[in-house]
Write a protein that binds this ligand. Structure first.
Ligand SMILES: [Zn+2]
Length: 189
């Protein structure tokens, strides 16, 4: 088996993998020679430009992994289309995202299941670089469940700025999903 076969993101091909401790760099791009214009929905194979993005992926053999992702811009060849140039896209690597969807899902689970400090420590041990504030934001973004189903409730507090700015989250311990998140107000002591 080639290690490239382990890189399981649909429609993305890996051109090379470089081991540069403490990171593994995976050079990748979208497969296929053409892309669909988001405006007129017609395909184009006319490449206008290329650029690279750095995207954090799940760790490999406990090493931090970064996808060096080459993105192509295409010219739209439809005369009636107002979009002259568009960027190819993939559902698993969203525009402007700094990490893959599968990393975001893992971090969201950590953010819900653990207090922010412990979650941040675990993320570091997993070789996934993420700030405490990002973990907190991911916890806030979780969908809230039906409040009638709650049986066991967990409470977590955190300080955005110690002694000044605090937040509180209530979590359904059976599903590990948040039910109420109290965004911080200025607390004067
Ligand atoms: Zn178009």
């Amino acid at each position: 088996m080639n290690i490239k076969h382990l890189f399981d993101i649909p429609k993305i091909k890996v051109s090379k993998i470089e081991f540069e401790p403490p990171a593994i760099h995976i050079y990748a791009s979208l497969s296929g020679s053409r892309a669909k214009c988001p405006e007129c929905k017609k395909y184009s194979s006319s490449v206008h430009d290329r650029y690279q993005r750095r995207i954090t992926d799940l760790p490999v053999f406990q090493y931090h992994s970064v996808i060096i992702f080459t993105v192509r811009k295409f010219k739209c060849r439809s005369d009636s289309c107002p979009r002259k140039v568009f960027t190819e896209q993939n559902d698993n690597i969203l525009p402007y995202a700094r990490r893959t969807e599968r990393v975001t899902r893992l971090l969201s689970d950590i953010a819900i299941d653990m207090p922010t400090g412990s979650g941040h420590l675990l993320s570091e041990k997993l070789q996934i670089k993420v700030s405490r504030s990002t973990l907190t934001r991911l916890a806030h973004q979780q969908a809230l469940p039906d409040i009638n189903t709650l049986k066991i409730v967990g409470v977590d507090d955190w300080a955005f700025r110690k002694g000044v700015n605090y937040g509180t989250i209530l979590v359904d311990m059976e599903t590990s999903k948040p039910m109420i998140c109290y965004l911080p107000e200025i607390v004067r002591i």
